[in-house]
Design a protein around this ligand. Sequence first.
Ligand code: MN3
Length: 201
Amino acid sequence: MFELPSLSYPPDALSPHMSAETLQFHHGKHHRAYVDALNEEVADSGMEELSLDELIRRNADASDRRKVKIFNNAGQHWNHSFFWQSLSPSGGGMPQGQLAGLIGRDLGGLAGLRDAVSEQGAGHFGSGWIWLILDKGQLQITTTHDADTPIAHGQAALVCCDLWEHAYYLDYRNRRPDFLDAFLSHLVNWRFAETNLSAAA
Ligand code: MN3
């Protein structure tokens, strides 16, 4: 059985950049619904023993209706669990160490990273996610649609932001660029990205 992970900060800790109402709905209702649906679909599927990562990889190219549901709910469980750790009450600021070096080498520094997030995040059509990933030794900003996730493509995720409207509509209405700006200025957890880079490199 998969379980909803608890948050490592109180629901009002990200306010005003992400309100307690948004966080409580997003974590307690949306994420919980993905976990519940995943447990329901996996039961008696013959895949009960698989880890979350294995469920994602094994069902990534599925066309069978149930396997598609398993992929979607497993991906959303993975992505949201990763997203909560990508946020911090003391977020924003400057990446450090090896991460800062690679952002300079591959993305044109923090200014280049901000431009890429702004352009790809605002331009992403419909629901999905924006990611900082390490792929074949190179840092990249990339987006995925719906529940898709870098681990289905052999890429290492360093940090992410949710682009579904439920992530920002209560606080920013339709202004996704403002949400992404607040994410980079005040919320993004560079320490988490540095840890993920060390593990991947
Ligand atoms: Mn979401």
